[in-house]
Design a protein around this ligand. Structure first.
Ligand code: NAX
Length: 333
């Protein structure tokens, strides 16, 4: 078992980065391993990372190894075990003199970034590196990066854990239980308002959450739309997008990949479809996942999808296929 782990984080000077990075070295996410950090930013803000590095040193983290920061992603990637790709250009920003408002523009700009990062990960990252894309549009960014990396032994994912955690929180309130008691809470499809939070396969004490809630009206008018729109609700309330909850979800995903999944449970992330559940091959789709005792991350294949779930999932698949079409020139596999 390796005693050291190298983790690359992009967007390290952003708001998610500030909440995420200290918790990578706090002894929980990677257990007792020494964590060597490689923090990446764009040239305009990379110098700010000196301040973050100072704070990390001042925080008494016994598991903190080396800290490097750079605007050179290839250099950062060398022999890295984990890549947390948080950095991306947000909607609404002026980029090269143009305000980025259309999803198609966002897809193209961020897609270009992920081609470069994917190539570097494929070439310089560890053979069994794991990559979690957080920067939006996360699923399609991951699809582009994975194609550019062209390294099948590496494991590319896009984050849907935040959506799953939001869903668990709503269900726990409704059913008056602790969030940790809700198992198998899966987000199918795209990390976008078309995602499908699967309350029918979710369990509380081995009983179907759907049966326990027994209120389809609440499910359709409150639960599903609230999970789908929670990101916007946080922006409206906070004046900024989710940061600490997004950071926690990234840590939860890393933890879920680093530790064997408890029996009777699964976790949520988007991975490359191999045709499981009749999802078309070649898109990054939210699936139920498990980590085996030997550390493999696999799709859990024995859940049932009701007709309602299927039709909701189909909407999200259609969106993923149209995003794929919009970036087909960037899929350089
Ligand atoms: P911030 O704008 O605070 O930070 C982003 C940082 O990324 C900036 O410091 C920027 O300089 C940096 N950056 C941009 N391009 C980069 C590149 N090529 N290499 C390295 N760094 C680069 O955004 P923040 O709130 O931290 O959010 C980051 C991303 O997470 C956004 O795309 C956001 O949409 C996405 N989110 C994804 C979520 C998910 O569940 N998948 C939820 C939360 C969040 O909205």
């Amino acid at each position: 078992m390796k005693k050291e782990i190298k983790v690359v984080v992009t967007g390290a000077a952003g708001q998610i980065g500030y909440s995420l990075i200290p918790r990578l070295v706090d002894g929980n996410t990677f257990g007792n391993k020494t964590v060597n950090l490689s923090l990446v930013e764009i040239p305009q803000v990379v110098s700010k990372l000196e301040g973050l590095a100072m704070e990390l040193e001042d925080s008494y983290f016994p598991n903190l190894g080396s800290i490097n920061y750079t605007d050179n992603f290839s250099e950062a990637s060398r022999d890295a075990d984990w890549f947390l790709l948080v950095g991306s250009i947000p909607r609404g920003i002026v980029y090269n003199g143009k305000k980025i408002e259309e999803r198609s523009d966002l897809l193209q700009i961020n897609g270009g970034i992920f081609v470069e990062q994917g190539k570097a990960i494929g070439e310089f990252g560890n053979q069994n590196a794991k990559v979690l894309v957080v920067g939006n549009p996360a699923n399609t960014n991951a699809l582009i990066g994975r194609a550019a990396a062209n390294n099948p032994s590496q494991n590319w994912m896009a984050m849907t854990m935040l959506d799953a955690n939001r869903a668990k929180s709503m269900l726990a309130k409704k059913l008056t239980c602790n969030v940790s008691e809700i198992k198998k809470m899966i987000i199918w499809g795209n990390h976008s308002p078309t995602m499908y939070p699967d309350y029918e396969n979710a369990l509380l004490n081995n009983q179907s959450v759907s049966k326990l809630v027994n209120d389809e009206d609440w499910i359709d008018s409150k639960f599903i739309p609230s999970v789908q729109q929670r990101g916007k609700a946080v922006i409206d309330a906070r004046g900024a997008s989710s940061a600490t909850s997004a950071a926690k979800a990234a840590l939860d995903t890393v933890y879920a990949c680093e530790n064997e999944t408890e029996s009777g449970n699964c976790f949520s992330a988007a991975v490359y479809s191999d045709g499981a559940y009749d999802v078309p091959k070649g898109i990054m789709c939210g699936f139920p996942l498990m980590t085996t005792s030997s550390g493999e991350i696999e799709i859990v294949r024995d859940l049932n999808l009701s007709e309602k779930a299927r039709s909701r999932l189909d909407v999200s698949i259609a969106e993923l296929l149209s995003e794929k079409e919009a970036v087909k020139d960037l899929l350089t596999e």
